[in-house]
Design a protein around this ligand. Structure first.
Ligand code: BGC
Length: 760
C-alpha cells in the first residue's frame, strides 16, 4: 500500500514537473502576483506551461460555463471561467438575463445604450464567477441566410466595429474580460470547421477585418477568438500573418487570442502563429506542444509568450483579484436594461396610420405561434438559459390590452400537441443538440378569423424563426414565408382591414425574411428581431406608443435574395452538421472541391450589402439605415470642415412632428475618383440623438478621422485620395437630407509597418 502511494507520488511528480529541478521545491514559494509574471514563468515546468495554454475541457467549469483556463495551485494561479456569449451569460447551472441579440442592438445605433448593456452583462458575470464573456460576436452579415447573423451586428464594418467597441467597453469597465469573435470571415455555418474563404486582401481589410480593427483600437478587448474557417487556405487560428503581423504589430492588440471551440487542426502551428489559448482543450494538444518544445520545432520562448499573455489576463481577472458582485442587486436592473434596449432596437418598417394604437383599441386578436411563445434569441452558444421570456401576449396584457382568449386557446392547444408529439419522437443527434424547433405556423381557420374580427379592435400576427449556430438558413420556408404564413397574413389582413381594423405583423426573427411580396397587406410591420427575455414587454411599449420607435436597419432588406451580389457564392443547400469535427475530431482527408462547402469565393469583393445595391443602382425593399418613427425630423444647417486631421460634420436635427422621439443621424461619404474603385457611398459616422420633444432641436457634431476615408491598396497600405469629398447626411442610406462638399482633402498614405524579423 505504502509502495503504491510512493509510486503514485513519483508518477504525479514526473507528470507535473518532469525531471526538472523546478519540481524539486526550489521555486515552490513563487505565487502569481500582478508584477512577478517573469518569475512565475521561470518557475513553471514545460508541462505546466502546456497545461495553461490548453484549456481544461468542456466539463472543466464549476459554474457550467463553456470552458476554462486551468488552475495551477502550486503557483497561485486560479482557474478562469470563460462563459458564452453575446446575448448574456450562458451558464448551465443558473438562470441569467437574456439580452437582445446583436442585430437588434446594432439597430439602436446607440453606443451609450450598447455600452450600458455590456456593463450589465459584465456585472452579472462578476456575480456568477465568470471571468471572460465570449462576446461580442461581430462577423459581417455577408449574406442574410448565415445561421448566426442574429449574433452579429451588421453588413457594415463601421457600425459593427463601433457596436462591438461599445459592448467591450461596457463589459470591461466591470473588471470582466470581453472576447471579440470570430476573427475573421466566419460568414457561413455550412461546413464551418473546414470552409476556405477565398477573398482578396482589400476585401478582407476593408470589410471583414475592419470592424475588428476598430474594436481593437477603440476598446482594447482583453481577448479575441479566432474563427473556425480558413482564409485563403490557412486556418485563422494557425495564421501568423493575421494573428501576429496584423493583429499585434499593426493594430497593437496585446491580449490573449483563443481558438474557437475545437477550431483548427494543429496545436503547434496555432501557438506558433500567436493563438495563445486552445479551447476547450484536449490532451493530445498538450502532448503535441510538449513534444514540439522538446524536439525544437516550437521554441520555448514562443510558448512563454503565450503563457505570459495568459498570466496577464489571469492576474487581472476577477477570480484572481477576488472581485465579486452581489447578484441579487443586478437581476431586476438588468431586466429593465434588456427591456429598454429591446424597445430601442425594434425597427418599424411600415405604418399606415395604425401605430401607436389609438385609445379605442383594447381587445386584440393575436395570431401566430410566436405571439404566445417568444423567440427570445437564437440557437447554440448564443442562447441563454433565462428564468423567463415574456411573450407578445403577456406583454400586451400587462400593458392593459386584452388578448382574444379564443384565438389564444387555439394556439396554445396546438403548440401543446406539437410539443407532446415531439417528446414522444425518436431524436437524431442534431435534434438532441439543437432542441425542439418552433412548431410550424398554424392558421386557425377563416371562421375563427371572422369571429375575431367581430370581437376585437385590432389584429397582431407574430411570425417567428428559430435559427442559429451549426447550420445556415434555407430559402424555402425560412427566408421565404411558408404557405401557411402567407395565408395567415392574407386572410387576417383582408378580414380586419375590410372592417376598418388595423393589422400589425411582427417579425420575431434573427435574420431578415422576404417582405416585398406582402408588405402592402397589413397596416404596419415591426421587425422585432430576437429581442431577449423582455421582448413582449418591449413590443408592447412600441405598440402602445410608450416608446417611439427609433430602430434603424443595420442591414439591407433586398427585394429578391438573388439581387445580392454574394448570393451566387453562398451555400443554399441542406448540408448535414458534422458533429465529429465540432468535437475536435481530426479529419483525415478533408474534401476540398465542393463550391460553397469546402471553399467560398467572395467574388463580390468589397461590394457587400448597400455597397453593392448602390453601385448597381438596384431597388431594395428597405434600405440600410432605414426605420420609421411616430414623429418626423427636419435636418438643417449642415456643415463640414477639416480640423486636426478630422472632418467634423455638423448639422441640426429638429423634431418637427407631434411626439417626442429619437433620430439616428447617418453620414455617408462619397470619395472623388482615385487610385482604386470606390463604393458610391460608405457609412463613416453616425449619432443617435437624445429624446427630442416636439419642436426641440439638437446640434450634432460627428468627427470623421481622415484615415477612415482610406481604402486599402495591398501593394502600399491605406490610402486617402486627395480632392473633393461629399458628406451626405441622412436618415437612411437612401434618404439623404443634406449634402456638404468639402474640397481640399489632402492625400494621405499610411504604409504598412516595416516588420523586423522575429527573434530566434
Ligand atoms: C462557438 C463560439 C462559442 C464556443 C463556446 C462555439 O461553437 O462558435 O462562438 O463561444 O462554441 O461555446
Amino acid at each position: 500500500m505504502v509502495m503504491k502511494q510512493i509510486a503514485i507520488l513519483i508518477l504525479t511528480g514526473l507528470f507535473l514537473g518532469g525531471c526538472s529541478p523546478k519540481a524539486s521545491g526550489q521555486y515552490e514559494t513563487v505565487k502569481l502576483q500582478q508584477d512577478n509574471l517573469e518569475q512565475v514563468i521561470e518557475a513553471m515546468t514545460l508541462q505546466e506551461k502546456a497545461s495553461l495554454v490548453v484549456g481544461g475541457g468542456m466539463t472543466g467549469s464549476s459554474i457550467g460555463a463553456a470552458g476554462i483556463i486551468r488552475a495551477l495551485p502550486r503557483l497561485g494561479i486560479p482557474a478562469l471561467e470563460l462563459s458564452d456569449g453575446p446575448a448574456g451569460l450562458r451558464l448551465r447551472s443558473t438562470a441569467t438575463t437574456w439580452f437582445p441579440s446583436a442585430s437588434l442592438l446594432a439597430s439602436t445605433w446607440d453606443t451609450s445604450l450598447v455600452r450600458e448593456v455590456g456593463k450589465a452583462m459584465g456585472t452579472e458575470a462578476l456575480g456568477h464567477g465568470a471571468d471572460v464573456i465570449l462576446g461580442p460576436a461581430m462577423n459581417i452579415h455577408r449574406h442574410p441566410l448565415c445561421g448566426r447573423n442574429f449574433e452579429y451586428y451588421s453588413e457594415d464594418p463601421l457600425l459593427s466595429g463601433k457596436m462591438a467597441s461599445a459592448m467591450v467597453l461596457g463589459i470591461q469597465e466591470t473588471g470582466t474580460a470581453a472576447c471579440l469573435k470570430h476573427f475573421a470571415a466566419n460568414n457561413q455555418e455550412t461546413n464551418r470547421n473546414n470552409n476556405n474563404v477565398i477573398a482578396d486582401e482589400r476585401t478582407l481589410r476593408e470589410i471583414y477585418y475592419r470592424g475588428f480593427e476598430i474594436a481593437v483600437k477603440e476598446s482594447s478587448p482583453k481577448t479575441i477568438m479566432t474563427s473556425y474557417n480558413r482564409i485563403n487556405g490557412i486556418y485563422t487560428s494557425e495564421d501568423k500573418n493575421l494573428l501576429t503581423d496584423i493583429l499585434r504589430y499593426e493594430w497593437k492588440f496585446d491580449g490573449v487570442v483563443m481558438t474557437d471551440w475545437f477550431g483548427g487542426q494543429d496545436a503547434v502551428a496555432q501557438i506558433s502563429a500567436g493563438n495563445d489559448l486552445l479551447e476547450p482543450g484536449k490532451r493530445r494538444q498538450r502532448r503535441a506542444i510538449i513534444k514540439a518544445v522538446k524536439n525544437g520545432t516550437l521554441p520555448e520562448w514562443v510558448l512563454n509568450t503565450s503563457v505570459r499573455r495568459i498570466l496577464e489576463l489571469v492576474s487581472d481577472a476577477p477570480s484572481f483579484t477576488k472581485q465579486a458582485q452581489d447578484q441579487s442587486l443586478t437581476e431586476t436592473e438588468n431586466a429593465a436594461i434588456a427591456r429598454k434596449a429591446a424597445a430601442r432596437g425594434m425597427v418599424l418598417l411600415e405604418n399606415r396610420d395604425a401605430l401607436p394604437f389609438k385609445d379605442s383599441i383594447q381587445k386584440i386578436a393575436l395570431f401566430g405561434v410566436s405571439s404566445y411563445k417568444l423567440v427570445a434569441g437564437g440557437v447554440g452558444s448564443g442562447e441563454v438559459y433565462a428564468a423567463y421570456t415574456v411573450s407578445p401576449a403577456q406583454g400586451l396584457e400587462e400593458a392593459g390590452y386584452v388578448p382574444d382568449r379564443e384565438i389564444m386557446k387555439r394556439y396554445e392547444s396546438y403548440t401543446d400537441s406539437v410539443n407532446r408529439a415531439y417528446k414522444r419522437k425518436w431524436k437524431s443527434i442534431t435534434q438532441r443538440i439543437l432542441g425542439q424547433g418552433l412548431p410550424a405556423e398554424m392558421h386557425p381557420g377563416n371562421e375563427a378569423i371572422a369571429m375575431a374580427v367581430a370581437q376585437n379592435q385590432a389584429a397582431l400576427i407574430t411570425l417567428g424563426r428559430r435559427t442559429g449556430e451549426f447550420s445556415d438558413r434555407k430559402m424555402e420556408g425560412d427566408y421565404l414565408l411558408t404557405t401557411t404564413e402567407k395565408e395567415l397574413i392574407d386572410h387576417v389582413s383582408k378580414a380586419f382591414r375590410d372592417a376598418g381594423k388595423p393589422v400589425i405583423v411582427v417579425l420575431n426573427v434573427g435574420g431578415i425574411v422576404e417582405t416585398a411580396s406582402w408588405t402592402e397587406k397589413p397596416d404596419a410591420i415591426i421587425l422585432a428581431w430576437m429581442p431577449g427575455q423582455e421582448g413582449g414587454r418591449a413590443l408592447a411599449d412600441i405598440l402602445s406608443g410608450k416608446v417611439n420607435p427609433s430602430g434603424k436597419l443595420p442591414v439591407t432588406i433586398p427585394v429578391h435574395l438573388e439581387d445580392l451580389a454574394s448570393d451566387r457564392d453562398f451555400p443554399l443547400i441542406d448540408f448535414p452538421v458534422n458533429w465529429l469535427s465540432f468535437i475536435g475530431k481530426k479529419q483525415t482527408q478533408p474534401e476540398t472541391d465542393r463550391p460553397n462547402i469546402d471553399f467560398t469565393q467572395y467574388r463580390e469583393g468589397i461590394y457587400v450589402g448597400y455597397r453593392d445595391f448602390d453601385k448597381n443602382g438596384k431597388n431594395v425593399a428597405y434600405p440600410f439605415g432605414y426605420g420609421l418613427s411616430y414623429t418626423d425630423f427636419r435636418y438643417s444647417n449642415a456643415l463640414a470642415h477639416l480640423e486636426n486631421g478630422k472632418v467634423v460634420v455638423s448639422c441640426q436635427v429638429t423634431n418637427s412632428g407631434k411626439r417626442a422621439g429619437r433620430e439616428v443621424v447617418q453620414v455617408y461619404v462619397s470619395a472623388p475618383e482615385g487610385w482604386l474603385d470606390k463604393p458610391v457611398q460608405e457609412l463613416k459616422g453616425f449619432f443617435a440623438t437624445s429624446q427630442l420633444e416636439p419642436g426641440e432641436s439638437q446640434e450634432i457634431h460627428i468627427a470623421i478621422p481622415l484615415e477612415s476615408l482610406a481604402s486599402f491598396n495591398p501593394d502600399i497600405g491605406w490610402m486617402v485620395d486627395s480632392g473633393e469629398y461629399t458628406f451626405r447626411i441622412g436618415s437612411s442610406s437612401r434618404d439623404i437630407r443634406q449634402e456638404v462638399r468639402l474640397p481640399g482633402i489632402p492625400k494621405l498614405i499610411l504604409p504598412l509597418p516595416f516588420r523586423l524579423p522575429l527573434p530566434k
